[in-house]
Write a protein that binds this ligand. Structure first.
Ligand SMILES: [Zn+2]
Length: 144
């Protein structure tokens, strides 16, 4: 595993990255031409429980290179957003966004070379237009 970049921050821009779940069953290949841009948290009812920091990847920039069979899909409410996680270790790896179906959100802490501690400072942001309102009851019901 490559060492995190000096400075304790996020990796510099690099076109291609590998992300994996904890047990290693699931591996994703990510095209991230802008690097880990704008990592963020989401305050929806699911993400607030996960607490994951997410990075954005274009739909055609994510490939499941291993563990397609291990992936489990979770949806709720409108079933628009698709939340995938490893059925063996339970780690959330990525999801297709409701707010922008042209993007995946990827669990930044699963990306090789990313320092999860540095991500702790990631800004809390919603994954949709109404999601920046912490505790927004409408959003809580609607979900993503
Ligand atoms: Zn796993």
């Amino acid at each position: 595993m490559p060492a995190p970049p000096s400075g304790g921050g996020l990796p510099d821009a690099a076109a291609r990255r590998i992300a994996s779940c904890h047990c290693g069953a699931v591996r994703l290949e990510l095209d991230m031409p802008e690097g880990l841009k704008d990592p963020r948290r989401c305050n929806c009812s699911l993400c607030s429980r996960k607490g994951a920091v997410m990075a954005s990847v274009a739909l055609d920039g994510l490939r499941v290179v291993a563990g397609q069979d291990a992936l489990r899909l979770y949806t709720w409410n409108t079933h628009t957003a698709k939340h995938w996680f490893c059925g063996t270790c339970g780690i959330y790896t990525h999801h297709r966004r409701r707010s922008n179906p042209n993007e995946y959100g990827v669990n930044a802490a699963c990306i090789e070379g990313v320092d999860p501690i540095a991500l702790a400072k990631a800004e809390m942001m919603g994954d949709g237009a109404a999601m920046s309102l912490v505790g927004d009851e409408t959003h809580e019901r609607r979900g993503t």
